[in-house]
Design a protein around this ligand. Structure first.
Ligand SMILES: [Zn+2]
Length: 263
């Protein structure tokens, strides 16, 4: 009898284990199928997100590889947060710097638009009143300064032209202050500033064109308002008249880009 009971217990135990294994196998198979489906969905979503994320424009220059200075202490005194318009965001993405932030200037003293290193575009209230394509040109111009890291380029050039040893400072502002009271140094670096401004005009015009802005209604209309403005000895910007001439030289390319944007 004890033997019989013992055998029955063993048979029942084995049956329970087999049943449990069968249930677990079914659960395991279900879990694997669920996991595989989830992974597949995640991969599809990830791929779609990558496809939808705007890529830098193929014609926009690669990001520079020279030294990054520390700009963390650079103030944007009195600036207020500004909600970016869709076209500004798109231009930042096309330039490969989607992280650009936008701020409202406290006043007009620094002009309608300027960039604060390393990643802020500041616009004045007057700039926000401009027609959208004129404003797009100004924003595109400042985005180019950020994307091409003109601040870092200036810091390097000023350090070299001042005869400073390599890595004498990691602070970008310290390097820029080398021009304080040194007109000769400003004169020597002015050719670089003007090249940077020409690059910002050129690529900024193309960024605005890619967002559907006509070059006549945007860059050229804005610069022609006051053609005598800008220029001068050791000035960063050429005169507006010269900038118009430079932009007109490649206006056809901008027109073709803005025509394609409307397709
Ligand atoms: Zn500029």
């Amino acid at each position: 009898m004890a033997d019989y009971i013992h055998r029955q217990v063993i048979v029942k135990g084995v049956a329970m284990i087999v049943r449990a294994l069968m249930i677990d196998s079914a659960h395991a198979a279900t879990s694997i199928r669920w996991l595989a489906t989830t992974m597949l969905c995640l991969l599809i979503l990830f791929g779609a997100a990558r496809t939808c994320a705007a890529q830098p424009a193929p014609w926009f220059p690669d990001a520079p590889t020279f030294t990054h200075y520390d700009w963390s202490g650079t103030p944007c005194t009195g600036c207020e947060t500004l909600v970016a318009r869709a076209s500004w965001r798109r231009m930042a993405e096309l330039a490969g710097v989607p992280e650009v932030r936008f701020r409202l200037a406290p006043d007009e003293t620094q002009g309608p638009a300027y960039a604060v290193a390393p990643d802020i575009v500041v616009l004045s209230r007057a700039a926000l009143e401009l027609k959208s394509c004129q404003l797009a040109f100004l924003v595109g111009h400042e985005i180019v300064h950020i994307a091409q890291r003109h601040f870092d380029e200036d810091a390097i050039a000023l350090s070299v032209l001042s005869g400073k040893p390599a890595h004498w400072t990691a602070l970008g502002e310290a390097a820029l202050q080398l021009t304080d009271g040194d007109f000769g140094l400003a004169l020597r670096v002015a050719h670089l500033w003007q090249a940077q401004e020409a690059e910002a005009d050129w690529l900024g015009t193309l960024l605005a064109a890619t967002c559907g802005c006509d070059v006549e209604a945007g860059a050229l209309a804005w610069l022609r308002q006051d053609e005598a403005s800008g220029g001068g000895l050791a000035a960063a910007h050429a005169s507006h008249r010269e900038r118009v001439q430079q932009i007109e030289a490649y206006a056809d390319m901008a027109r073709r880009l803005s025509a394609r944007a409307g397709d």
